[in-house]
Design a protein around this ligand. Structure first.
Ligand SMILES: *Cc1c(COP(=O)(O)O)cnc(C)c1O
Length: 437
């Protein structure tokens, strides 16, 4: 066993962390174990996790049903290649995803991470149009404020100001950007914005393969919510202009916004949908791109009648088995949510609304907003991440702010007392940032 000091030293010397320099500037906390909603640090301190490990650990850590599923699958096989071979965990998972997804998404491509599923989704759309004899349709349209991952095609549709566009100017494909969708989940549809969006799609239709957006909740691009009516606007505009529609549900999938998929708030089905993050309850990296029979047929009847993509760890049985267990837990198989997951998300929504409300009155706070099990305190300027994190840790809570955002998306199993602590920590972090430095 390494001492915690040794881990910290080796980490600094050898290990890259997300969006970090090498060597790292701020030493990360050392976690020894996690169970329920608690992270146990080296030295014994415990933190209530307000982040679900970036939207993923929806049922908390070391969940007995997920642990058991992983152990049981380990006893059979942890992996076999997916070319020419198949197995029950993958087949069962794809069948269940197709049944749960918005109507029409009957075919499933499994892959290893959210960003890769975005690449696959885009490849599906580009190849669909190539196969249909329309190779000029190869650009994408999105609205500002989005985040779709860190691989190059995914980066090209991230918000051009918040993302890495300036650094990668000349490298990233140039996509078409609409303005930020007007904010507010229940704000209704702004007719002027809707008309401009529809016009933009129509005017670029000859070169557009697809429109790609995060439905209802824009995550790492700014934690903004918009009215589900815009999903219907997009659906109509895309259908009317002959452009495919991709929903990136990697953050929103599996109940986070209060609907199993955020598309459900608008009653809209895309042509292609990406899921990831919470798919395995945060246990293993697994994602999927789902598509309609029309998209699948378009590709499969083309000149190259295959989807030319096949990650080494495609359909990983261990990840699929845990994903199946996570769906069982979510959908009520084991008694984790006796009142159903939706009741817990609504309970968390109410707790976040009341618990984060005091932040609205603090100096330097621009906005406080909540939707489903997502709570956001937006500041007027960049968060001092080290100071904000320290303030949350002092309250016994793990939060990881970014840009001007202190935010939380707690596991659905978080109890009322722990939710109150998470909110108190977010408020403390916001107060800390309001102090003159
Ligand atoms: C996290 C995220 C991705 C990227 O997923 P990774 O698994 O990190 O590659 C893409 N889109 C959205 C909306 C996300 O939240």
């Amino acid at each position: 066993m390494l001492t915690s000091a040794k881990i910290t030293e080796l980490d600094r010397r050898r290990v890259w962390h997300p969006y970090a320099p090498m060597p790292g500037s701020v030493p990360p906390l050392v976690v020894e174990s996690a169970s329920g909603v608690r992270l146990r640090l080296a030295g014994g301190a415990e933190l209530v996790d307000g982040m679900s490990s970036w939207w993923a650990a929806i049922h908390g850590y070391a969940h007995p049903a997920l642990d058991a599923a992983a152990r049981e699958q380990l006893g059979r096989m942890s992996h076999v290649m997916f070319g020419g071979l198949t197995h029950e965990p993958a087949v069962l998972l794809c069948d269940r995803l197709a049944a749960l997804a918005p109507d029409g998404l009957g075919h499933v491509f499994l892959c290893d991470s959210g960003s890769v599923s975005v690449e696959v989704a885009v490849k599906m759309c580009l190849q669909y149009w190539r196969s249909r004899g329309r190779p000029a349709k190869q650009r994408l349209l999105t609205w500002r404020g989005g985040y779709h991952g860190d691989t190059f095609m995914a980066m090209s549709v991230c918000d051009p100001d918040g993302g890495m566009h300036r650094m990668w100017d000349g490298v990233l494909p140039r996509q078409v950007f609409a303005g930020l969708p007007p904010g507010g989940f229940g704000a209704g549809v702004d007719p002027a914005y809707a008309a401009a969006l529809t016009r933009l799609i129509a005017s670029h239709a000859a070169e557009l393969a697809a429109v790609i957006v995060e439905p209802v909740v824009q995550g790492a691009g700014g934690m903004r919510f918009h009215d589900p009516g815009y999903l219907r606007v997009l659906r109509e505009a895309c259908t009317g202009s002959g452009v495919l529609l991709i929903f990136d549900e990697i953050a929103t999938g599996f109940g986070r916004s209060g609907s199993l998929f955020a598309a459900g708030h608008g009653g809209v089905s895309p042509d292609v949908m990406c899921v990831g993050k919470a798919l395995t309850g945060g246990y293993l990296s697994l994602a999927a791109a789902l598509c309609t029979a029309e998209v699948a047929a378009g590709i499969s009847e083309g000149e190259l009648p295959v989807l030319a993509h096949g990650p080494t760890f495609m359909g990983n049985p261990l990840a699929c088995a845990v994903a199946n267990a996570s769906l069982d837990v979510l959908l009520g198989g084991d008694g984790t949510y006796p009142r159903g997951w939706r009741a817990e998300v609504l309970r968390i929504e109410a707790a976040l609304r009341s618990g984060l409300a005091p932040a609205a009155g603090l100096p330097g706070v621009a906005d406080v907003r909540v939707l489903g099990a997502v709570g956001v305190v937006q500041l007027e300027r960049e968060v001092d991440v080290a100071a904000a994190t320290a303030a949350a840790v002092a309250e016994g809570v793990w939060l990881r702010p970014f840009r001007d955002l202190i935010y939380t998306m707690p596991p659905y199993v978080t109890g009322d007392d722990d939710l109150a602590r998470v909110c108190a920590a977010a408020v403390a972090a916001a107060r800390q940032n309001g102090q003159p430095s």
